[in-house]
Design a protein around this ligand. Sequence first.
Ligand SMILES: Cc1cc2nc3c(=O)[nH]c(=O)nc-3n(C[C@H](O)[C@H](O)[C@H](O)COP(=O)(O)O)c2cc1C
Length: 192
Amino acid sequence: MKLLHLDSSALGANSATRELSAAIVARWQADIADLSVEYRDLDSNPVPHLTGASLAATDPEAATESGQVLQQFLDADIVVVGAPMYNFSIPSTLKAWIDRIAVAGKTFRYTAKGPEGLATGKRVIVASARGGLHSGAPSDFQEPYLRFLFGFMGITDVEFIRAEGLGLSPQHRSEALAAAHAAIGAPLAKAA
Ligand SMILES: Cc1cc2nc3c(=O)[nH]c(=O)nc-3n(C[C@H](O)[C@H](O)[C@H](O)COP(=O)(O)O)c2cc1C
């Protein structure tokens, strides 16, 4: 079984999503003996932003890297994504990665009946953190976006481990993080 672990926070050791995504992966490693884990830190090792040149694949080296990013995603059974809320959405580093995996003919296709996801059978677990409170609010373009995006690619098993309101007070931060850790489920239990 293959697990792809991504982080995108720019806050390094102070990052809530890095703490949570690491805890999620550790839980999987503890329970699944033959788990193979690949890790990419999209902050220190970003995927280049999509450009006209990369779309046209005029640079063979860049085209190879783009293909490798896509293949790594396609090969994964489980994808753990550290995704902070930045400006109501996600970090641009995470969006740059998404631009390489949302590829027509590979992870989705258009049919006469509408779009069809091709990346089926995967499980996605998102470690989400935000400074304010956004659950269910119109300001949340982070979690609904990620749920829609992965669903568009055929992945319906998308779970969020959420710590929010982290900027409200130190006490709120520690309580929200503790609750998020407690919400990390057993790997083979069904996602909520
Ligand atoms: C560039 C930037 C933009 C942010 N934008 C928002 C925002 O729009 N709404 C919000 O509630 N928090 C926002 N925050 C706060 C982060 O969501 C919060 O610090 C969260 O813990 C970040 O995750 P991390 O700790 O893993 O880096 C922002 C933080 C940064 C650094």
